[in-house]
Ligand binder design. Structure first.
Ligand code: SAH
Length: 512
């Protein structure tokens, strides 16, 4: 059995820009060999037990020795019978040395296949609102490496010919050599006023673009601290950006948001933030743990003796459902029992199990549930209520129900436990910069501060509701924004409004 090496284009950075074939191959490989420009987020496709080889780190060895080592590694993994993915940034064959690796594999007698990728020279301009061709403006495009300094005699690129070509010039690897390249192009006859743009970290949530002219771009880019990886676009197509820019305009573009929610629940919240352009840093501060199930099992054994079942979180729905299933029962066990939920996410978790909610409050807090029950018209007097709650949950609900004359059994079914620890990884994430930290419970605030340390309270906080905000303030945070309703979408809206206000304040303080 011989192995096979798939050279796969990872795309330019946005993890959604890998091909379907590339993602499929990653999902069933035995080993992955990746370099610095392949987004590490793509490794999430790779099976947990696959070998991971990071060959992107700059070592002490020369570049060609490093390439020889990579070639040798690919050949040996292939000969060992493994299914190998060689994951390369952008397209493997566009300034990627993929073909050198194919030559080595051919010489070593190892089978290989190639999966093209979306190259940065097309994708970075596209995400900057710059088409590389446009009818009437540019009928050709040249991809050229800026690796070769035109000031040196060894250059093999004919910059003068390029200047006369009239098409768009897309430069890879040209940050340092840009001043000399610009000079050579002007000497070749290209107007010094030709629009030019530099796109750093194209398609990443950190993408930044600087627009200037051929002769002023290098200086402007340096002033804005633009450093590799950068794609430079030279040509009149750059002026179209003013009208069709889109990516950097998204509401949360580039905002570094820490999400402290338990991993199981962070999914849709994080993806909504990402969809708006945020750079999401997941720091799950708490984990939901089930408590001893005996009290819940006992209550559910006679659940039809209750008139109401009150579930105030998805975790309560999970706990109740798991207990029913463990007893080989299903939704029919709750026939005749009315269900009160707290908000849309709880309602949705119930609906997924075939259970429609009888009561959902206007305000998604315990007080809201009480108000809604109070307004029902039917008296709660003498009603038996089963309330499945978290350890440490407030007593507002049972006390309020008892005051209405109901008989309430509270079963504590789960708790949130701290899950974040003060690791180097966490410190590294904090040091890299967090613009806002999101909290969806008071317990997450406490757990986050315990792991991140008191200086982390300098980060502005976005909170799901008043009780969480209170906990955040008590811990030393400034609450930047609070959701109008206790839902993830409302928290996202609050963050957008906060950012608008920030930007407006900044614009106002800048001289016109
Ligand atoms: N094979 C890759 C290019 C590798 S050469 C591809 O097809 O995209 C490395 C150069 O690519 C970098 O110096 C930079 O000029 C460019 N590059 C790669 N990814 C980039 C990105 N996300 N944003 C801007 N430039 C990028």
């Amino acid at each position: 059995m011989t192995g096979i090496v798939h050279l796969v284009g990872a795309g330019p950075g946005d993890p959604g820009l890998i091909t379907v074939r590339g993602a499929e191959l990653l999902a069933r490989c035995d080993a992955v060999v990746f370099d610095a420009l392949a987004n590490p987020a793509l490794l999430a496709h790779v099976p947990a037990d696959a070998e991971r080889h990071d060959v992107g780190k700059r070592g002490g060895s020369t570049e060609s020795a490093k390439q020889d080592d990579i070639n040798a590694l690919l050949v040996s993994l292939g000969k060992a019978g493994k299914r190998v993915v060689r994951l390369k940034g952008g397209d493997p064959l566009v300034f990627g040395r993929g073909s050198e690796e194919m030559q080595a594999l051919a010489q070593g007698g190892v089978r290989f296949e190639l999966v093209p990728g979306v190259t940065a020279g097309v994708a970075a301009p596209a995400y900057a609102g710059i088409p590389v061709t446009h009818r009437g403006i540019a009928t050709s495009v040249t991809f050229v490496t800026g690796h070769e300094d035109p000031a040196k005699a060894t250059t093999t690129t004919d910059w003068h010919a390029l200047a006369k070509g009239g098409g768009t010039i897309v430069l890879y690897m040209g940050v340092k050599t840009l001043p000399n390249i610009a000079r050579a192009l002007v000497e070749g006859g290209l107007s010094p006023d030709t629009p030019a743009a530099a796109v750093q970290w194209g398609t990443h949530s950190t993408q930044r673009t600087v627009v200037a002219t051929l002769t002023t771009l290098a200086e402007r880019a340096a002033a804005e601290n633009i450093s590799a990886p950068v794609i430079t676009i030279i040509g009149n197509v750059v002026s179209l950006r003013a009208e069709i820019e889109w990516f950097e305009k998204r509401a949360l573009h580039g905002l570094r948001v820490a999400v402290t929610r338990a991993t199981a629940q962070a999914g849709t919240f994080s993806s909504e933030l990402r969809e708006l352009g945020a750079h999401v840093i997941e720091m799950p501060a708490i984990v939901i743990e089930p408590l001893d199930t005996a009290p819940l099992d006992a209550a559910l054994a006679t659940v039809r003796d209750y008139q109401w079942l009150v579930l105030t979180s998805q975790n309560a729905v999970d706990a109740t459902w798991n207990a029913l299933r463990a007893a080989s029962r299903d939704a029919r066990a709750l026939a005749g029992v009315k269900i009160a939920s707290i908000g849309p996410a709880t309602g949705q978790a119930l609906m997924e199990r075939g259970l429609a909610v009888d009561l959902s409050p206007k305000r998604f807090v315990a007080e809201g549930v009480l108000e809604a029950l109070g307004q029902l018209g039917e008296s709660m007097k003498g009603s038996r209520v089963l309330y499945v709650a978290a350890e440490g949950a407030r007593d507002v609900l049972p006390e309020g129900l008892r005051a209405m004359g109901a008989e309430v059994d509270v079963v504590r079914a789960y708790r949130s436990a701290p899950s974040l620890s003060a690791t180097n990884e966490l410190q590294g994430q904090l040091d890299a910069g967090v613009d806002i930290v999101t909290f969806t419970s008071a317990s997450a605030v406490t757990a986050f501060v315990a792991a991140a340390g008191p200086q982390a309270t300098r980060i502005p906080a976005a909170c799901i509701g008043p009780i969480t905000s209170e906990a955040a303030r008590a811990a030393g945070f400034t609450v930047a924004c609070e959701a109008l309703q206790a839902t993830a979408p409302a928290l996202v809206s609050a963050i957008i409004a906060w950012r608008w206000a920030q930007e407006a304040a900044q614009d106002a303080s800048e001289p016109a």
